[in-house]
Design a protein around this ligand. Structure first.
Ligand code: HEC
Length: 268
């Protein structure tokens, strides 16, 4: 399995390389013609998102808390010395993508949200009830916003998801269980089919978003006045100390975990 993962990582990197600066030869035309459906591409980026979010929740928030790191919804306030909660990590990625040239929209919603602004409405609320019963992705064209939309279940994959939501003072539901569909990520894109190059741009915009938020977190740490600062390098908190990986180490791990699934969907 490890070998398979390394192999797919290599293939994935080759694929990325092939799609960046392709010289204007005949081959580049054929690359442009290779089209993916918007549903396929949103599925790939949503898998990347699941992997990034789970890695952050378990390996940084979960393991980091055990070493004394703090995470808070007010992490960006000046007097709070903490890192972003998983949902805010995702919001940070979404905001960074919004600032980029890639017209990809990303939201995290629920029927029982902590934050009222995250409550699904209209068509999305209707489709979310389906997602809760069969956990299958939902795809539709949003006539009002003129975007192709895909929704994917957001499952309580770590004990931390459940305990934090159940205990939160603004929670609207106190009996979440591990494995529950707690919400859904909604993804939007204005075109229905995409070239290889555009597909890679979207994946890159997502990765850049991850990098930006993670770097914001490290900047926050650099400005800590009273809390002990973790050592930033190639170690993770699971090594048993106040450690955090560098953005490169964090993203390498995402690449390794995601590339197999990404390849699988793109080669479908
Ligand atoms: C330490 C607390 C904490 C942890 C851990 C946590 N969340 Fe949240 N979550 C929050 C808060 C606070 C919000 C609201 C953030 C905002 O203002 O939008 C939120 C928002 C959400 C939302 C959007 C709807 C809502 O409730 O506002 C979903 C869905 C969600 N979280 C699912 C999860 C899942 C799944 C996990 C685990 C992978 C997780 N959360 C881990 C605190 C937490």
């Amino acid at each position: 399995m490890k070998f398979l993962k390394n192999l797919t990582t290599t293939l994935f990197i080759l694929l990325l390389a092939a799609c960046g600066g392709v010289p204007e030869k005949k081959e580049s035309t054929s690359t442009e013609e290779m089209k993916f459906s918007v549903a396929q591409v949103l599925e790939v980026v949503s898998k990347e998102n699941d992997i990034t979010r789970t890695l952050y929740t378990k390996a940084i928030v979960g393991a980091g808390k055990k070493q004394g790191l703090k995470f808070d919804e007010d992490w960006q306030k000046e007097d709070v010395e903490a890192g972003p909660l998983p949902a805010l990590f995702l919001r940070g990625i979404a905001n960074d993508i919004r600032k980029s040239e890639t017209p990809l929209g990303l939201y995290l919603g629920s029927d029982f949200p902590i934050n009222k602004a995250n409550k699904f409405e209209g068509k999305q609320a209707e489709l979310f009830t389906k997602i809760k019963s069969d956990r299958k992705p939902q795809h539709f064209y949003d006539e009002n916003q003129k975007v192709y939309t895909a929704m994917f279940a957001d499952v309580a994959g770590a004990a931390a998801c459940v305990s934090c939501h159940n205990k939160h003072e603004q929670t609207t539901k106190t009996d979440w269980k591990l494995g529950d569909v707690m919400g859904a990520t909604t993804w939007q894109y204005p075109a229905d089919s995409l070239s290889y190059a555009t597909t890679m741009e979207i994946l890159k915009a997502y990765r850049n978003g991850t990098k930006a938020v993670y770097e914001d977190y490290l900047k926050e740490i650099a400005a800590f006045k009273t809390s002990e600062k973790p050592e930033i390098g190639d170690k993770w908190p699971s090594a048993g100390g106040l450690y955090l990986p560098t953005p490169e180490v964090f993203l390498d791990s995402v690449t390794e975990l995601a590339s197999y699934e990404t390849m699988t969907v793109l080669l479908k």
